[in-house]
Design a protein around this ligand. Structure first.
Ligand SMILES: [Fe+2]
Length: 435
């Protein structure tokens, strides 16, 4: 496709890109239409996945009443934990099999939606756990066919999991985060009701909002799809195919919205307009990275999540050490973009500008610094930690973090600039403390 100067056909590079997307219903009140949506799937025995916090919210009752009016059988699973593991995926899958559900609804953040995807997969095509897990940590086998209907209802403004075919988890047996990826995991429908954001703690809005920003920035700066080798068969074209004209559209709008609304949404719980805009930005950036892909900030975040020892996050119900996904991503991001900007400075400059940075008269060799400084400014305004030192990491931990990041081959392959072991060490060192 030679639609613009950035994407060019080459002899050996891929010559097309694909778009996979859930059917989306967005807006306040959309949750009330759950009955109509579930009836459209034909499912009658529903596995309703959530967590113990969301289950006690008033809007959860709205969803249950809507389902009751549809006359379906409801089996509630409320034991999803934040940052799920292989063990918690297996528990949820067992529940789905025991209850013989023929349709799935997930109501929660990314952890809930990802757990529901896994329960749908393993109850539809039972197999040893590692079968479908990304290689090299798992066997990386293809999912045999379509899954049962899944309606995803996100309650936070960041993960975008309702629009992706990716389920991420902490693979305890391999001491690393990884995922299961397939177009079959993409939820059939997404019901996105911004009313969920009204009661979110500010720390959750910040963490999930920065996750959304990084999905958009990473997709926007990802290696372009035409630079990847042309697949021998369509089945080998990866979902995370690289930046493409369609994901660019979504990223641009997501960045513009997030730049204007994140700080307001975090600092003013009554600014429903800003929180609603962040929910929309998160959906757009989720749909973008589901078709383009994330790279360095996400690859570097997974070992941080796996190795964090003493970060009791405010605003989260979990008491054990845990680093919210969006925090682990954004703490690497300023340093990572300073590194990747050398490959495509014009993209980094445009990303910074969309986010609201003053890009006029900035030279291309200053693009990485501009983007990095703008992100740091937003992080300071929203109470983010000052680098990974603030969440308990020391210089002596960097070698272990690098080993964990190097294992994220799929994400690293989408990076616009090839990253070496030494470069990862340097980026983590820079990310220890920023201001
Ligand atoms: Fe993410």
């Amino acid at each position: 496709m030679d639609c613009c100067h950035y994407y060019r056909s080459t002899e050996s590079g891929d010559h097309l890109f694909s778009i996979d997307l859930s059917r989306i219903r967005f807006g306040p009140g959309s949750l009330n239409e759950l009955a109509w949506e579930i009836n459209g799937t034909g499912a009658r025995s529903i596995g309703l996945f959530t967590d113990s916090t969301v289950k006690n919210l008033e809007l959860f009752d709205v969803a249950v009443r809507s389902l009751q009016s549809a006359g379906v059988e409801i089996h509630i699973y409320d034991e999803v934990c934040i940052e799920p593991t292989d063990g918690s995926f297996e528990d949820a899958s067992r529940f789905a099999m025991e209850q013989r559900v023929d349709g799935f609804i997930s109501i929660g953040g990314g952890s809930v939606i990802d757990t529901c995807k896994a329960a749908n997969l393993f109850s539809t095509y039972p197999a040893a756990f590692q079968t479908y897990v990304n290689a090299p940590l798992g066997d990386g086998q293809a999912i045999p066919g379509p899954l049962k209907p899944h309606i995803a209802c996100p309650t936070t403004c960041g993960t975008g999991s309702e629009c992706t075919g990716i389920a991420v988890f902490d693979f305890a047996r391999a001491s690393s985060k990884t995922g299961i990826m397939s177009r079959h995991l993409l939820p059939d429908k997404a019901i996105i009701d911004p009313r969920w954001t009204h009661s979110l703690p500010r720390q959750v809005v910040a963490a999930t909002g920065f996750d959304a920003i990084s999905h958009a920035l990473e997709s926007f700066t990802a290696r372009p799809y035409h630079t990847r080798a042309r697949p021998q068969s369509p089945e080998f074209r990866p979902m995370t195919q690289g930046a493409n004209p369609w994901s660019d559209l979504l990223c641009s709008e997501a960045l513009r919205l997030a730049g204007q609304n994140l700080v307001r949404a975090v600092n003013d719980a009554d600014d429903f307009k800003a929180r609603g805009a962040m929910m929309y930005a998160a959906t757009l950036s989720g749909a973008a990275f589901g078709n383009a892909g994330c790279h360095l900030p996400h690859a570097m975040s997974y070992p941080i999540s796996a190795l964090v020892r003493n970060h009791p996050p405010k605003g989260y119900s979990q008491e054990t050490p845990m680093c919210p996904h969006g925090v682990s991503v954004i703490l690497n991001a300023p340093a990572a973009y300073e590194f990747t900007c050398k490959s495509t400075p014009e993209r980094h400059l445009e990303g910074a500008s969309l986010l609201g940075a003053q890009a006029k008269d900035i030279r291309l060799n200053e693009a990485g610094t501009l983007l990095s400084e703008h992100l740091l400014n937003m992080m300071q305004q929203t109470g983010m930690p000052n680098g990974i030192k603030d969440i308990g990491f020391k210089s002596s931990d960097i070698d272990d973090l690098v080993v964990g990041a190097l294992a994220q081959e799929r994400l690293l392959s989408v990076s616009p600039r090839k990253v070496s072991e030494q470069a990862l060490k340097d980026i983590y060192t820079r990310a220890l403390e920023y201001w």
